[in-house]
Design a protein around this ligand. Structure first.
Ligand code: SF4
Ligand code: SF4
Length: 357
């Protein structure tokens, strides 16, 4: 596996107009102690990245549309030849914003939708009117020919919604739908008891497999459910089928389940480089070191790329190279990011067993 940065999420502000229960950065309208950086600094970061690699860069937050210069940042990245994307909660999207998204050369916008009705979504997002805001954004994106994808997060609270959300997102004209099970970090830690247990997680991923096999238009993939890569291999073998995966667009998914610090990373508003959006441990800081140096030399990233050092079930697992388990969940639950994935129901018979066959 070549460990090149392919996808970088960039928290360009920690401020947000919503207050979602599962927010990884615990964002709110005031982000005391974590101010936005300047446009000049943003340009320096993009220059630094571009001097080394050509990843997709997703302007994220908080809510990136709260920054008045968000489109200056996007246009600068586009000018450098980077594929710039925007992750928004959708509530601030207007006709004028759509014009600016196009002008800045933004290739894809991602939105979140966690319920097929206002009641479920607004409850999850802690904000009456959030569902209508997202629907309004989708209407505007369709009108302006702006490509969008939808991310849906699930906990015990809304797990029944997965099939309904899939149908809705398909009807709404999205390019892709990415199902996501909450990783307990940021405000997510407070909803530990709401997390979906391993056995049910397995059922949902099996449902997804059956759905994905029949789906030929909408791009679908569970994100940050690395064990899906194991389930696909197991199910295809059981069913005696060849399962041809389609290429995803602007997603973190790809060749392997967990890609944290391997093909993807997050730059937070303070310049810290983290393995992914849900992994609260920094590999270095872009204000102090070049991006390339952090990417290639940080101890944390080198450890995450050494699959042989993974422990317990993941360490013994014959699927470790295609799955890898969620390192952020391992860290959140046990404090050891090399420990076994706590939400995987699979107990491997061990690599040795397979080597002997
Ligand atoms: S550690 Fe890997 S699977 Fe877990 S949230 Fe990060 S990228 Fe996703
Ligand atoms: S044990 Fe770990 S590596 Fe194996 S399938 Fe489960 S999460 Fe993936």
């Amino acid at each position: 596996m070549d460990f090149e940065p392919k996808w970088i999420a960039w928290e360009i502000t920690r401020r947000c107009n919503l207050n979602c229960v599962h927010c990884r950065s615990s964002s709110s309208l005031e982000a005391t102690g974590h101010p936005d950086f300047s446009l000049d600094e943003a340009k320096r970061v993009l220059d630094d990245i571009k001097s080394y690699a050509s990843p997709v860069v997703v302007l994220s937050g908080g809510e990136p549309l709260l920054r008045p210069d968000v489109f200056d940042i996007a246009a600068y990245g586009t000018g450098l030849g980077l594929r710039m994307c925007l992750a928004t909660n959708g509530t601030l999207v207007t006709e004028e914003i759509c014009g600016k998204i196009k002008e800045a050369g933004i290739k894809m916008v991602s939105l979140s939708l966690d319920g097929s009705t206002a009641a479920v979504h607004d409850n999850f997002r802690n904000q009456p009117g959030a569902f209508d805001g997202t629907m309004n954004a989708i209407r505007l994106f369709n009108q302006h020919g702006i490509k969008f994808l939808v991310n849906s997060s699930f906990t015990q609270r809304n797990k029944e919604e997965a099939p309904k959300l899939y149908e809705l997102v398909k009807k709404l004209g999205a390019t892709a739908w990415y199902l996501f099970m909450i990783v307990p970090t940021g405000r997510g830690e407070e909803i530990m008891e709401e997390l979906i247990p391993a056995s049910e997680y397995e059922n949902i991923l099996n449902w997804h497999y059956d759905m994905e096999k029949e789906e030929h238009e909408l791009l679908v993939r569970p994100t940050c459910a690395p064990q899906y890569y194991r389930i696909v291999l197991q199910r295809a073998k059981e069913d005696g089928e060849k399962f041809k995966r389609r290429t995803l667009q602007f997603s973190t998914g790809g060749s392997k389940g967990c890609l944290a610090g391997q093909l993807i990373c997050l730059i937070d508003v303070d310049g810290n480089i983290l393995p992914c959006s849900y992994f609260p441990k920094a590999a270095g800081n872009i204000r102090e070191q070049r991006f390339q140096e952090i990417w290639e030399q940080s101890k944390l990233f080198l450890e995450l790329r050494d699959f042989k050092s993974y422990k317990d079930n993941c360490g013994r697992c014959e699927y470790v190279n295609v799955c890898g388990g969620c390192r952020a969940r391992a860290y959140a639950i046990s404090g050891d990011y090399l420990a076994q994935e706590p939400f995987c129901a699979y107990h491997s018979r061990g690599v040795d067993f397979y080597e002997r066959q």
